[in-house]
Write a new protein. Structure first.
Length: 437
């Protein structure tokens, strides 16, 4: 982490079919090395860059003396903070662009303009796919040829967002508004838009392909803030380290991980020293995904600093109060129920024939072994329909299991018993929840 930072993730996620390519259609590319670890190892400054002076990991890095090619600072040599993995994947591979200098320039201008690289990358990728599918045309884009891989058009969009003109203003509003706009103004099919529009709760997805990870589908869909990886980043534990193979483990971890990660936020702590650097014997422990030796250390540190004796279970209880209260707040604002935990189907399975064909052997095998459906002689469309029914049902089953584990009802609402046990049964909370029991 100190030497190459989060750029080290690129070859790993590419190997495990988790790197978003062309709006999450695919999970890998033969061109990934062009925006991977070794490229940025050579481009990044050799000094360590941590969030604070005493950080033991110092996982952030910078590119110094980078000469900009576009925008209001064209021709100037600047220092660029990053890029991090999410920026590389979102602005790079997810837009079909495999140019390291382009990613660095986009990183600089996103920082300078004050926009988020994840939301911008995922939004541009969505607009690119809509353009390639014919859902929008050059008239809609203001003349931009918005095909995957067009780095000049992508940069122009970001400059337009900042200056408040052109199609960039539309893309800058995010995917949820684009879906509505494209349907209303250009007669685009709302069903297709919903399937490929990678947002939930109005927030764009961060940069991991979740088609084969039910745990991370839940990590995104059941997160209170939308599909970011702060609450339940389970993709590595699930797909790379294979630490939660059973359905029950996935449901349990979708309760426990958001609680422990909430605790990090409450205490202003970074999660990386917890599960990116693990004890040598961690794999032999009862629950290696949780890295319990470190959890016990955090409880000890909390007790020492605050004078309040705390155990790992106490840590989870502290977070449960906050997490459940946040869910109640979402409900009060009209968003905290089961329907709002939906995710686009592309996060669950293949939307297009091209996607199915790219992993046909895998999908055909799953139809046989998991669904009990013989794909022999069936069309791609027939197979996709059966697979979709199965995968959507699995996600709904996961919701039920996680809700039960969290002490929520079938509609994803905390029960009166739960809020009472947590000591947050204030009169206005009870009044609200009584309407949703």
């Amino acid at each position: 982490m100190a030497v190459v930072g989060t750029t080290h993730l690129v070859p790993i996620v590419n190997e495990f079919d988790l790197l978003p390519v062309n709006n999450f259609r695919f999970g890998s590319s033969s061109e990934a090395e062009k925006i991977g670890r070794e490229v940025y190892r050579r481009k990044s400054h050799k000094g360590f860059d941590g969030c604070w002076m005493g950080c033991a990991l110092a996982c952030s890095h910078a590119v110094k003396g980078f000469k900009l090619k576009t925008g209001p600072f064209r021709g100037q040599n600047v220092c660029v903070d990053g890029p991090e993995y999410e920026t590389i994947a979102g602005l790079g591979s997810n837009c079909g662009i495999f140019d390291s200098d382009f990613v660095i320039e986009m990183n600089f201008y996103c920082d300078t303009y004050g926009v988020d690289t994840i939301s911008i990358g995922t939004s541009i990728a969505f607009a690119m796919e809509c353009y390639e599918m014919g859902l929008i045309d050059k008239k809609a884009t203001g003349g931009l040829d918005l095909k995957f891989g067009n780095k000049e058009a992508a940069l122009e969009l970001v400059h337009q967002m900042a200056s408040g003109n052109g199609f960039g203003v539309v893309v800058g509003q995010g995917i949820r508004r684009m879906k509505r706009l494209f349907a209303e103004e250009y007669n685009a099919d709302p069903k297709i838009l919903n399937d490929i529009g990678m947002e939930a709760k109005g927030l764009e997805f961060s940069e991991y392909v979740t088609k084969e990870s039910l745990a991370q589908q839940g990590g995104y869909g059941l997160a209170l803030k939308g599909p970011q990886h702060d609450e339940a980043w389970l993709i590595f534990l699930d797909m790379v380290h294979k630490l939660m193979p059973t359905f029950e483990q996935k449901a349990e971890n979708l309760h426990w991980f958001p609680m422990f990660r909430t605790w990090f936020g409450l205490n202003g702590l970074c999660k990386l020293p917890w599960n990116d650097v693990v004890p040598e014997n961690n794999a032999k422990t009862k629950e290696p995904a949780k890295v319990m030796a470190h959890v016990e250390n955090y409880a000890t540190f909390f007790s020492a600093v605050t004078g309040r004796t705390a155990t790992p279970d106490d840590i989870i209880s502290m977070s449960e109060r906050v997490y459940n209260f946040q869910r109640v707040f979402n409900l009060r604002m009209g968003y905290g129920a089961r329907e709002h935990d939906a995710i686009p189907y592309r996060a669950v399975g293949p939307v297009t024939k091209q996607e199915y064909e790219s992993r046909q052997e895998r999908y055909d095998t799953q139809l046989k072994e998991k669904v009990g459906f013989d794909p022999t002689g069936k069309t791609i469309e027939e197979k996709m329909k059966v697979l979709r029914k199965y995968r959507e049902a699995e996600y709904e089953r996961l919701k039920d299991a996680v809700y039960e584990r969290r002490g929520w009802n079938k509609n994803g609402v905390p029960t009166l018993e739960k809020v009472k046990a947590l000591g947050i049964d204030y009169p206005d909370v009870v009044e609200l929840l009584e309407k949703h029991q």
